[in-house]
Design a protein around this ligand. Structure first.
Ligand code: FMN
Ligand code: ADP
Length: 310
């Protein structure tokens, strides 16, 4: 998969794609259905995605609480996994956000990216002030020479599959419900950073990751599948992770800390992808470290059993 960030200087081999347009936060089954339509609309053309970084909501409401299900790198990984060949990850700035609907259709889709076909969800809005809708895109396509497919919204058990419902499932500690809507585990992806070096003293070294900018799942302890994506320890591991603020130690910045079972080694700086499988319990403040360690032992036994049964 090639990532193209600037729509004004696109190489000839990156033009002529069929692409789905949207934010695709989570890449859930609704998104995948839209992407499939793009694939089927022109099976011989490269399959593309047009998306925006930062997410337009982050751009317009910089102080709003974090809501993203995945960062840009995690989204790119997921899209590559499902067969996307061109990721047009457009820089969402004053210039792009100021284009009218027609300018976006003409200058970005047609002239800039040279797309032959685009697919959007039925609720798609685009252009300055969200003034363009799916039907208008169809008309612009006729004028500027690209095909347009409007995808229906996908539903499951009557509830709409949406990034919003996935966020709600995660906030309520229901990662399996989120996974059902995603068709894959919800994952937190990023680099392993330094913590307080306390874990190793507890007998539980934990690989720490920032969750900055991400929608926070319910704070607490999870059974997790951990993929180490880089470095000498590349591979898949079972583990237990704690997401939250560590009330035992009075820390305020939330993060994600994973203990990998049957593993020893240095993970600092490596990229991890941590899949949330089951929520085990809330974060607690114990009377002493021994009580915390006893509880962590129990958490790990439970997590091992859950993960062995997958
Ligand atoms: C399975 C598991 C359960 C945990 N439970 C709690 C908890 O209930 N309360 C808490 O404050 N921290 C909890 N933690 C977080 C630990 O306190 C933290 O990983 C440890 O302090 C190491 O921090 P460090 O990586 O910054 O050195 C848990 C961690 C793991 C791996
Ligand atoms: N089984 C393991 N699970 C997670 N990390 C481990 C494990 N064994 C060794 N490590 C290493 O130890 C580091 C965590 O140790 P810890 O004392 O918790 O330090 P920190 O506070 O910096 O996270 C990890 O980042 C990783 O490099």
């Amino acid at each position: 998969m090639r990532i193209i960030r600037d729509y004004q200087f696109v190489r000839p081999e990156d033009r002529g794609a069929t692409a789905a347009i949207g934010n695709f936060d989570g890449v859930h089954i609704g998104h995948q259905a839209v992407i499939d339509l793009a694939r089927r609309a022109a099976p011989d053309a490269p399959l593309g995605i047009v998306t925006f970084e930062p997410h337009p909501r982050e751009f317009f409401a910089k102080d709003a609480p974090p809501f993203r299900l995945m960062n840009a790198a995690a989204k790119a990984h997921r899209l590559e996994k499902i067969g996307v060949e061109r990721l047009y990850q457009l820089n969402f700035n004053t210039g792009l956000s100021g284009l009218t609907a027609e300018e976006f259709a003409r200058d970005v889709i047609a002239k800039g990216l040279g797309l032959t076909h685009v697919v959007v969800g039925a609720d798609f809005c685009f252009g300055k002030g969200r003034s363009g809708n799916a039907q208008m895109l169809k008309e612009f396509g006729e004028t500027y020479g690209f095909g347009v497919t409007i995808a229906d919204l996908v539903t499951q058990d009557t509830a709409q599959v949406s990034s919003t419902n996935i966020r709600a499932a995660l906030s309520e500690g229901r990662p399996r419900d989120a996974a059902e809507m995603l068709s894959h585990w919800h994952r937190i992806e990023g680099a392993v950073i330094q913590g307080d070096q306390r874990g190793r003293e507890l007998g539980y070294p934990t690989a720490n990751m920032s969750i900055d900018g991400l929608h926070p799942p319910k704070f607490g302890v999870y059974a997790v599948l951990v993929d180490v994506l880089t470095g000498p320890h590349k591979g898949s591991y079972h583990g237990a992770a704690s997401i939250g603020v560590r009330p035992m130690f009075g820390v305020n910045t939330p993060n994600c800390e994973s203990f990998l079972f049957d593993f020893k080694g240095d993970l600092y700086g490596e990229t991890l992808s941590v899949a949330l499988v089951d929520y085990l319990r809330g974060e607690e403040k114990f009377d002493g470290l021994d009580a915390l360690i006893t509880q962590m032992d129990a958490d790990c036994t439970r997590a091992r059993n859950i993960l062995a049964a997958l």
